[in-house]
Design a protein around this ligand. Structure first.
Ligand SMILES: [Zn+2]
Length: 407
């Protein structure tokens, strides 16, 4: 399977200017492509072909006074931008036809200079390279300094250069994993586990282990709250506001990094220790929840479950997502009796049928394990046979999962 590996870049002043120019040109070509499509739609005409757009919006546009500056950046970057626009439309139409899983994609929008994330992509034919001294050599930009936080396991075919809202630059490489090396790294095991993702604790496992967010993440979250408060107090359009915005963006990036790091470590550990993992389907979990839970939890859980998913595929594990109408917090995991709804503040309860005393989350995790068919009966048989190994998600390059930034 394919994975992304991201490394921090440190462009010098001239390179930052060249990158800004490349981001700008890629954006203009993208927007011109969206406009050409919109114009064709308004006029009731067929969409222009990719070849036509390439000729019109790059080759010919470079000859005009209004777009002559497109000649200052690598043509491959501009071609890639056209391809991205085309992919965005493909996804949009597939989504309209209901052929795409996951969130609905909206109609492609015009990109703005003010977008928090700017990016350009260099494909194999763009003649980019990694120099002998470990710099990333990009056409019409130069040899940029890279912080190699880990070794690249294989030769990458393409690289995306990203500038995030905090003003940081990254190079993101796509690499094919090595199945033999992966199998050696994580040998098979006979352990199975159910996971209950919760609000009180990040996760509780069916074996009773409780996992909370680490302190570095909670500290980063506190700093983010403070930065956001400061930002809201600053006058719109003032220079102090711009400073506060950047500070908040940096604090936000730190929280996102810390959370991703925590999710990576935990998901890798769970995948290493278990052959099969049961977890609730989040779309379902969301429906059953009160507004007590904030969207930040949903986003965090989704990222974590997505990591479990791709790592299960990568390391030959089984991930079972249990669906609707499995009232994991209402059923006694000892005798199966349904005890009725429990408000969130009830942390412990006693089963009226068998008298078992349950911790709410631990009981839920045990039920997840059983519902996922991972519980083993006294005679050693699975409660629900026929496990299907995790399926790889069909997605474009934007759907390629990312490895942790630091090993
Ligand atoms: Zn019971």
């Amino acid at each position: 399977m394919q994975l992304r590996y991201a490394f921090r870049l440190y462009p010098d002043t001239a390179q930052r200017l060249a990158l800004a120019r490349a981001f700008g040109c890629a954006r203009v070509v993208y927007n011109d492509a969206v406009r050409a499509r919109e114009d064709a739609r308004t006029a009731g005409l067929a969409f222009p072909t990719a070849g036509h757009l390439s000729k019109q919006l790059i080759t010919q546009a470079r000859q005009t006074p209004e777009r002559s500056w497109l000649g200052e950046v690598s043509a491959v970057v501009l071609q890639q931008s056209l391809r991205d626009a085309e992919t965005a439309y493909k996804n949009f139409f597939a989504s309209l036809r209901g052929e795409r899983r996951g969130a609905k994609s909206g109609a492609p929008r015009f990109k703005s200079r003010k977008d928090s994330r700017q990016s350009i992509r260099f494909t194999p034919n763009a003649r980019w390279s990694i120099t002998g001294s470990g710099r990333l050599n990009l056409p019409k930009i130069g040899a940029v300094q890279v912080k190699w936080s880990r070794t690249l396991p294989a030769q990458p075919s393409s690289v995306t250069v990203v500038k995030d809202a905090a003003g940081r630059y990254f190079a993101s490489f796509v690499i094919d994993t090595d199945p033999a090396a992966d199998a050696a790294r994580m040998p098979g095991t006979d352990q199975r586990v159910g996971i209950d993702l919760g609000l009180t604790h990040f996760a509780v496992l069916s074996d009773g282990r409780v996992i909370d967010s680490p302190r570095f993440l909670r500290r980063a979250e506190k700093r983010l709250k403070k930065a956001q408060r400061e930002l809201s107090r600053k006058q719109k359009g003032s220079r102090n506001r711009e400073k506060a915005r950047l500070k908040a963006a940096r604090a936000h990036a730190k929280v996102a990094d810390a959370r991703r790091e925590f999710h990576h470590q935990l998901s890798t550990r769970l995948i290493r220790d278990n052959q099969a993992i049961g977890v609730e389907d989040l779309a379902v979990k969301g429906l059953a929840r009160t507004r007590l839970a904030k969207s930040v939890h949903d986003a965090g859980w989704a990222q974590f479950v997505h990591m479990l998913e791709y790592k299960a595929v990568r390391y030959g594990r089984t991930l079972v997502k249990i669906g609707r109408f499995e009232p994991t917090s209402q059923v006694c995991s000892a005798c199966g009796a349904k005890d009725g709804p429990k408000p969130l503040h009830i942390r412990e309860w006693t089963c009226a049928a068998c008298g078992a005393v349950h911790d709410r989350d631990h009981n839920a995790a045990k039920n997840v394990k059983t519902a996922a068919g991972l519980a083993v009966t006294a005679c050693g048989a699975q409660v629900r046979p026929g496990l299907v190994p995790a399926q790889r998600d069909e997605a474009g390059s934007h759907g390629i999962p990312s490895e942790p930034r630091t090993a």
